[in-house]
Design a protein around this ligand. Structure first.
Ligand code: NCD
Length: 305
């Protein structure tokens, strides 16, 4: 059966757990022992927005499983989109050459729409300010590896909760875990959008509190999930500049945090995490980026046939 990965809402606790177990398994294997798993298969990565980790970890993951990769990393300019081709026609064509498509697009919902005409599985690698399901999977996988559990945690999501697609996916997917306390830390104009809040409003095991004040929650959290203010999604640069440095984690923030807390960030960071804290054991964002490689290997292993 064709299995697209469009939203975290397609996943439950069991399917997530299966993914994490597979990621651990692939991580434990020697490169030569996994190299033939997907030999003679090919994926396309087509990105209409910039990316470092998502595209390159997908490509590395595919190659580690023996797949070929074809790619357009600046599809807005270099694909036939610049000539007016629809995403649907692009997807139909890529399905003739490959066994799967990893796509990022600047329009929310466009990847789901394109998947309807696709003959091969499509993975949403970020659609505008909509969702970024594979980032949420690797975020959960990181929490599991760092804390040993995803249940009974207190998490603060900090920064641009309005436009940040990673926190939209992460918030939704946390509903599968027990006793979750979420702090949404943002200025009111960058608050979590109503459609995401609606998705978790009747969920008993999640408690939510919105605040503007980061200092108030620093000492309460197991996971501090920092995000970038999404400059490219603001109506004007002037508006962006008002918020760009609103929350920053510096060496002075660390003593206020729990010793066993972890700081995550989907990356890229701009000014919200000082590089001076990178060597603190609680700074887990580069381990998180590496977990993305194994998690995406697991995902490709599951859905590319
Ligand atoms: C994020 C994204 O593209 O949504 N990056 C990523 O995939 N790791 C976060 C961001 O761009 O701020």
């Amino acid at each position: 059966m064709l299995q697209h990965v469009l939203s975290v809402n397609q996943y439950d606790r069991d399917s997530l757990s299966e993914l994490f177990t597979k990621a651990d398994f692939l991580r434990s294997m020697l490169p030569e022992d996994i190299y033939s798993r997907k030999k003679h298969k090919r994926i396309a990565t087509i990105f209409y927005e910039p990316s470092t980790r998502t595209r390159l970890s997908f490509e590395s993951a595919a190659q580690s499983l023996g797949m070929d990769v074809i790619s357009t990393e600046n599809a807005k300019e270099f694909s036939s989109a610049s000539k007016g081709e629809t995403v649907e026609d692009t997807v139909r064509t890529l399905g003739l050459y490959t066994n799967g498509i990893v796509m990022r697009h600047y329009i929310t919902g466009s990847i789901a729409a394109a998947s309807e005409v696709s003959e091969v599985p499509i993975i949403n690698a970020g659609d505008g300010s909509g969702e970024h399901p594979t980032q949420a999977f690797l975020d959960l996988y990181t929490i599991l590896r760092e804390l040993g559990t995803i249940d009974n945690i207190t998490i603060a999501m900090v920064g641009d909760l309005l436009y940040g697609r990673t926190v939209h996916s992460l918030t939704r997917v946390l509903k599968h875990y027990h006793n979750i306390m979420m702090y949404f830390v943002s200025p009111p104009v960058l608050a979590m959008p109503p459609d995401v809040l609606d998705d978790i409003k009747d969920v008993d095991n999640i408690r939510v509190e919105a605040t503007e004040n980061l200092a108030d929650v620093l000492g309460k959290v197991d996971i501090l999930y920092m995000t970038r203010i999404q400059r490219e999604r603001f109506p004007t640069d002037e508006e962006y500049l008002k918020y760009k440095d609103i929350y920053t984690i510096t060496p002075e923030s660390l003593p206020q945090m729990r010793d066993n807390a972890r700081i995550l960030h989907p990356l890229p960071r701009v000014s919200e995490i000082s590089t001076d804290i990178d060597t603190d054991p609680r700074a887990a964002y580069f381990r998180q980026a590496q977990n993305g490689l194994y998690l995406r290997m697991a995902l490709l292993d599951q859905i590319i046939s």
